[in-house]
Each structure stands twice: as C-alpha cells, then as structure tokens.
Design a protein around this ligand. Structure first.
Ligand SMILES: Nc1ncnc2c1ncn2[C@@H]1O[C@H](COP(=O)(O)OP(=O)(O)OP(=O)(O)O)[C@@H](O)[C@H]1O
Length: 246
C-alpha cells in the first residue's frame, strides 16, 4: 500500500492544499476529482516527487508502512502535458521509461513493440511527436508510463485529449491490464463517467484551500456495475462540485 499522509502545500504563504491524506492499494483505481485549480495536479506532483520550485510542502509518503522519499522507483507518473522528447521517435519515447528504470534498449523496445496497435499507434513507431495528433501523443505518453513495472501509477488526466471511442478503448485496456497485473492507480479526471466506470474509490477535492471533502468507495466489480447506481453517484458528485463553486 502507498499512503500519503497530511500533505499541505503552500505557495506565497497561503495553503494551496491542506492536510490531504490518501491510500492507494494494488489492484485498485482511485480517481481524484475536483474543480479546476483546487490542487489535484499539485498533490500528484508531490507524490511523484516533482513539485515545482516555489511550492513548499509538508507531508509523509510511505510504502507498506515504511516511510519513503519521492521520486521513488515503485511509483511511475504521467503528467498532464505529454512531455514526449521531440527529438526521439514514438518507439524511442515509449521505451524511455523502461530504459530509465534500467532495461536495456533492446529489451525496452521489445516490451513496447506489441502494444502499439492497441494504442492506435501501429505504423507510427518511427515518427516524431511533432507528426502526431494531440491524442496520439497522449497515448504514446500513456504507453511509456503504463509499460513500466512500478507498483503504483499516477495518471494526471491521461485520456483528456482522446476522442470518445478511443477514450473508452483505453479505459477498457487499462482496467483489463490491471486485472492481469494488479497495480495501484491514482487518476486525476474531470470526467464523472470515467470516474464512476473505472474507480474503486473516488476522492472529491474542494478548492481554497484544496482538501478532500468526500471519499466514495465503489465496491461493485466494474463488470457488474449497474448504470442506475452509477448515475446516482454522478448526481451526488455534480451537487458536491456545484456546491463548492458557490
Ligand atoms: N508551477 C506553478 N507555479 C505557480 N503556481 C502554480 C503552478 N502550478 C500550479 N499553480 C497554481 O496552483 C494551484 C493548483 O494548481 P493545480 O494544477 O494543482 O490544480 P488542479 O486541480 O490540478 O487544476 P486543473 O484541474 O485545472 O488541472 C492553481 O491555483 C495554479 O494556478
């Protein structure tokens, strides 16, 4: 289990995020939702160990109850922006995460190669990021992150640039992959459908300061979820988010 306890992030003397705690379990997806600017990305960046200079943070991370410093090899991270290296091909970019984690170039390429078709990138392996659409770049960045063997994965709006059908395909791919190889996922999303379809737990943040105001477990297995029950959860989520705006 990866635990984050009591994270407070300050900027210019004010609390941007106050006392956020959460736990990620292997095999479970936790979605983090909340209004724009409430600090979701900042929480994820802190866990990834890449909080920007100018933000100060107090908080504790632990892995199986042992305190850890971040960045940590058990945690991989896909930022909101695709951050592909423009001078590397799609195949080289996709393999980069594995190479940084210690795999040889050949081994990394062999691991990513079979995944390109499922990611809609078959035939684009030797192209450069500038030749790809925004959605393709996002899928290449997702591939680079998810192919790593880390026990925990932080995904910041991983499917935001995808069309509706591709988005459903990638959501299904991720859920199926997690059934085969359970990992703990923390996913930031603005899409309430995505959250209710995919999450085992939804954490709702409010703004000013950013804090968790609701923790909603969804215990029914994904394949057995009843649309009417999910619609009720989405209605509750909408009211919470609207209340926070007023
Ligand atoms: N690098 C930075 N330097 C200064 N301020 C920043 C930086 N990154 C974020 N902020 C500010 O911190 C606050 C929280 O931003 P953050 O990106 O964490 O929110 P968010 O909930 O993820 O938003 P969104 O849903 O729009 O992505 C915002 O007010 C934002 O303007």
């Amino acid at each position: 289990m990866l635990a984050l306890e009591d994270l407070t992030i300050r900027m210019d003397g004010a609390d941007l995020v106050r006392r956020v705690s959460l736990r990620l379990e292997e095999g479970r997806i936790t979605c983090l939702i909340g209004p724009s600017g409430c600090g979701k990305t900042s929480v994820v960046k802190w866990l990834a160990g890449v909080l920007p200079p100018g933000m100060e943070a107090d908080g504790r991370a632990s892995l199986d109850a042992t305190p850890i410093a971040t960045p940590h090899p058990a945690i991989s991270y896909q930022p909101q922006q695709d951050t592909l290296f423009p001078w590397l091909t799609v195949a080289e970019n996709a393999a980069m995460g594995l190479e940084i984690a210690g795999a040889s170039r050949a081994e990394a390429r062999a691991r990513v190669a079979p995944l390109f078709p499922a990611f809609g990138l078959g035939g684009w392996e030797d192209r450069f990021p500038s030749e790809l659409s925004g959605g393709m770049r996002q899928r290449a960045a997702f591939l680079r992150t998810i192919v790593q063997d880390s026990r925990f994965v932080l995904l910041d709006e991983p499917f935001s640039a995808l069309d509706a059908v591709t988005r459903l395909r990638m959501q299904d791919w991720l859920c199926a992959r997690l059934e085969e190889a359970p990992r703990g996922v923390l996913m930031v999303t603005h899409d309430l459908y995505e959250a209710t379809q995919m999450a085992d737990r939804i954490l709702v943040m409010a703004a000013k300061p950013g804090r968790i105001i609701r923790d909603i477990p969804i215990d029914t297995p994904r394949s057995e979820r009843d649309e009417a029950a999910l619609a009720r959860i989405r209605t509750d989520l909408k009211s919470l988010l609207l209340e926070d705006e007023t």
